[in-house]
Design a protein around this ligand. Structure first.
Ligand SMILES: *Cc1c(COP(=O)(O)O)cnc(C)c1O
Length: 222
């Protein structure tokens, strides 16, 4: 297994090059997705300088939080069952998978602080993917108006798993367009300045298209 610090150095170079190619200047935060690795490897990630960690199951999040003492920002990136909200909502700093009103209502009921949320959007329209459709996004956002515990910090998507770069790019570009529409609404509870997109296979394209959070597992800690 390669050292995380070396993987990270390479990924940082790739991200800088992607920003240059596209002439963009956004700050890109790397989320180390630790769902497939153990506590020791996660600790190595923190020691390499990674301060954002991502988990996609309640059990994984709880186990890592229990074992790891260092300060980090914890991102919950998987789909979240409504009945699991109370177990994990106070263990995360960001939720990347807000995708339905029933989930928002449960968060509103259980959370004791404002939760930073990304609305997950199924831009590609694949049936296997979670998320609201692009067409539903604005209406969904308005339905969150009365919720005092939800701040929509951004939008999140997953691109299709394919070699077709142009298809991947169009998914990211459409998420960015949608984000700009949301920003223009100037909703106090939805600044929506962030874009969570890009994984091991496609983070460079995502950065070119404006990602501010990339979620990287395999290429970084795998
Ligand atoms: C697993 C996962 C990732 C990271 O995937 P890699 O291909 O290993 O980089 C990113 N986002 C989500 C939502 C995931 O479930």
């Amino acid at each position: 297994m390669a050292k995380i610090i070396e993987n990270l150095a390479q990924i940082q170079v790739n991200i800088e090059q992607a920003k240059k190619r596209s002439n963009t200047e956004q700050q890109v935060h790397i989320i180390a997705v630790t769902k497939e690795v153990d506590v020791a490897r996660t600790t190595e990630a923190i020691e390499a300088g990674l301060s954002h960690l991502g988990e996609n199951r309640p059990e994984g999040l709880l186990a890592k939080r229990e074992a790891i003492q260092q300060t980090a920002s914890w991102h919950y990136i998987g789909s979240l069952q409504t009945r699991k909200v109370k177990q994990v909502i106070h263990e995360m700093d960001y939720l990347h998978s807000l995708d339905r009103l029933s989930l928002a209502e449960e968060i509103e009921k259980r959370a004791q602080h404002v939760v930073k949320c990304f609305i997950q959007v199924n831009i590609s329209g694949e049936e296997s993917k979670h998320g609201v459709t692009a067409e539903e996004t604005i209406a969904f956002l308005h339905s969150l108006k009365e919720m005092t515990k939800i701040e929509v910090v951004g939008l999140m998507t997953m691109a299709p798993y394919t070699d077709d770069e142009e298809l991947i790019r169009s998914v990211f570009r459409n998420l960015k367009k949608l984000q700009q529409e949301v920003v223009a609404l100037k909703l106090p509870y939805a600044p929506c300045t962030e874009l969570s997109m890009g994984m091991s296979n496609d983070y460079e394209i995502a950065v070119e298209e404006g990602a501010t959070f990339v979620r990287i597992g395999t290429a970084l800690v795998g």
